[in-house]
Design a protein around this ligand. Structure first.
Ligand SMILES: NC(=O)c1ccc[n+]([C@@H]2O[C@H](COP(=O)([O-])OP(=O)(O)OC[C@H]3O[C@@H](n4cnc5c(N)ncnc54)[C@H](O)[C@@H]3O)[C@@H](O)[C@H]2O)c1
Length: 250
């Protein structure tokens, strides 16, 4: 019960890494608000997990959503202890096939969204002089890949954003840290393989990307997020943790 009596907002909590994080946080004693644009999936998960889990429709690209999530979490619990900025949008296109709208969509979801959630939730954490924010970046935020200029720019920006806000608020009692997952088996990865002409070959290729020779599980990323959410990481401020089966160790 490493999160006993803690309250947590998890964006994109209805699927994949976010869903695994919701499930892990609940088993560790937290109360959770799932903020997801897929409200049907979010409500289904909340109903399955019981009274400690609520859901709210949210598009992290919209400031009105960030305001609604902040209000609902304070109405529910009077405080927010943990914010997980996990909602993300992928794009696999060459730099010149990427349209201006696609660039904006990815940057707004993966970079502006976390900033806006912080803008509206972190002030209450500052007032209570405690809190933990975990941003879910990516391997793509640390190293270069083809077809990744928009996604990689957003995720790299999220790493830098984490460090900057961690320093700006270093003495506030609020901690900001970042996890960078490698190749993780989630619906997002399924969508990527479906774009490939040979899906079996694409999955085989993905299994070989990380030195450990397999894809990661969403639960393994959730465990890293739990570390930053819990008091076990009390000395971590602006940390960037690769959860990538050795990829960035090469
Ligand atoms: N799967 C991987 O291999 C991998 C690797 C590195 C990083 N990541 C990152 O992990 C995070 C979770 O990815 P996943 O693989 O679990 O994806 P997923 O597609 O399984 O889940 C993403 C969730 O975010 C929600 N969402 C998307 N856009 C949203 C928006 N604008 N507002 C609110 N909710 C929104 C979706 O409805 C969904 O529930 C993302 O930030 C992703 O970039 C994933």
């Amino acid at each position: 019960m490493r999160l006993r009596d803690k309250t947590a907002v998890i964006t994109g909590g209805a699927s994949g890494i976010g869903e695994a994080t919701v499930r892990r946080f609940v088993t560790e004693g937290a109360k959770v608000l799932i903020a997801d644009r897929n409200i049907a999936a979010a409500e289904k998960l909340a109903a399955e997990l019981g009274a400690d889990v609520s859901a709210i429709e949210c598009d992290v690209r919209k400031e009105s959503s960030a305001q609604s999530v902040a209000k609902k979490s304070l109405d529910l619990w009077g405080r927010v202890d943990i914010l997980v900025n996990n909602a993300g949008s992928e794009l696999n296109k060459t730099f010149n096939e990427t349209t201006s709208d696609e660039w904006d969509m990815v940057l707004e979801t993966d970079l502006k969204g976390p900033w806006m959630m912080c803008k509206h939730i972190v002030p209450s954490m500052m007032a209570q002089k405690s809190g933990s924010v975990i941003n879910v970046s990516s391997l793509n935020g640390l190293v270069g890949f083809p077809l990744s200029t928009a996604y990689g720019s957003a995720k790299g920006g999220l790493v830098v954003f984490t460090r900057d806000i961690a320093i700006e608020l270093a003495t506030s009692g609020v901690r900001f840290n970042c996890v960078c997952p490698g190749v993780i088996e989630t619906p997002m990865m399924e969508r990527w393989t479906k774009l490939m002409p040979d899906q079996d070959a694409a999955k085989e290729m993905l299994r070989g990307v990380m030195p450990i020779g397999r894809m990661g599980y969403a639960t393994e990323v959730a465990a890293a997020i739990l570390f930053f959410a819990s008091d076990d990481s009390s000395l971590c401020q602006g940390s960037v943790l690769s959860v990538d089966g050795g990829f960035t160790a090469q």
